[in-house]
Design a protein around this ligand. Structure first.
Ligand SMILES: [Zn+2]
Ligand SMILES: [Zn+2]
Length: 281
């Protein structure tokens, strides 16, 4: 069994063939957590969880949707709708029996709209994150945390919260010092196909550092994910990523940690069931 703990099967990239993609995942024994990014994609995540067995949903508001900007989320350029976090609306969604977490929520300084400075972006994103943290606390759900170019700010923010949230820092791509701080806060780290990419010849350090994180991270704190439709693993690079490709991520973790792939799959699967405790598998 494998768990793709973070994918976006509800995005437009699969609008014509989500059924077939799901079928391929089911055949390979891959469970899915379909993660929302704003209200429409959160509602669609629930619709997919209702439609397919072994598919679960996460609902929340991604930081890129807090500010209006040109982004390329669903593989089409669109103007991201500016949405404020509506606690009651997301609470209603999150009470669905197949909603297993809140998110993705977090801090994103990589895609900043023109004319918005870092400080005000962080302020707006922090407010939405705290709202989702409170909702997660109220419903006893974990957080799916998105962080890009803002690890220092996120670690400071998390450290200021009491109680600390349960959750996962998804698509982790930083170094061991940063990873260790998240692990010390009790969080899981989610790894995607990025760990299968070759190091850049001109700048190999980021990839070397990422592989060091995989090597050092205790196996009981690792989750496997794809972030499909993005980030297809190296074997399928250039293609649309699909959740069943999560197998490549487990294989790479096993290779780095010098473990049997079956052991990595089994442990990562158990970790997901432990974090997403609402699943009765
Ligand atoms: Zn993300
Ligand atoms: Zn995502």
């Amino acid at each position: 069994m494998l768990f793709d703990t973070h994918c976006h099967l509800q995005f437009n990239a699969y609008k014509d063939d989500a059924d077939e993609v799901y079928k391929k995942c089911a055949e390979k024994g891959v469970l899915l957590n379909v993660v929302g990014s704003q209200r429409d994609t959160s509602k669609r995540a629930i619709a997919y969880a209702e439609k397919y067995p072994d598919v679960y949903a996460t609902v929340g508001l991604h930081p890129i949707h807090l500010l209006s900007a040109e982004v390329d989320e669903e593989e089409v350029n669109f103007k991201s709708r500016e949405e404020k976090f509506d606690y009651d609306l997301y609470k209603k969604l999150a009470e669905h029996p197949k909603v297993i977490a809140i998110g993705e929520c977090g801090l994103e300084l990589y895609h900043l709209p023109k004319g918005v400075d870092e400080k005000s972006a962080i302020q707006i994103q922090t407010e939405a994150f705290i709202g989702q943290y409170k909702l997660a606390q109220e419903l006893n759900l974990p957080l799916v945390i998105h962080v890009r170019s803002a690890h220092r700010q996120m670690i400071d923010l998390l450290s200021s919260l009491s109680p600390l949230p349960r959750g996962v820092v998804h698509c982790f791509t930083s170094n061991w010092n940063i990873a260790k701080e998240y692990l010390d806060l009790g969080l899981y780290l989610g790894f995607t196909g990025v760990i299968t990419f070759p190091a850049k010849k001109t700048d190999p350090k980021p990839q070397e550092e990422l592989l060091e994180v995989v090597k050092n991270c205790p196996l009981d704190r690792i989750l496997t994910e794809t972030d499909a439709p993005y980030l297809a693993p190296q074997k399928y690079r250039g293609q649309r990523c699909e959740p069943w490709m999560v197998e490549e991520v487990a294989t790479k973790i096993a290779e780095i940690k010098k473990l049997a792939v079956e052991e990595v799959m089994e442990k990562a699967f158990k970790n997901a069931l432990k974090l997403f405790a609402k699943i009765h598998f």
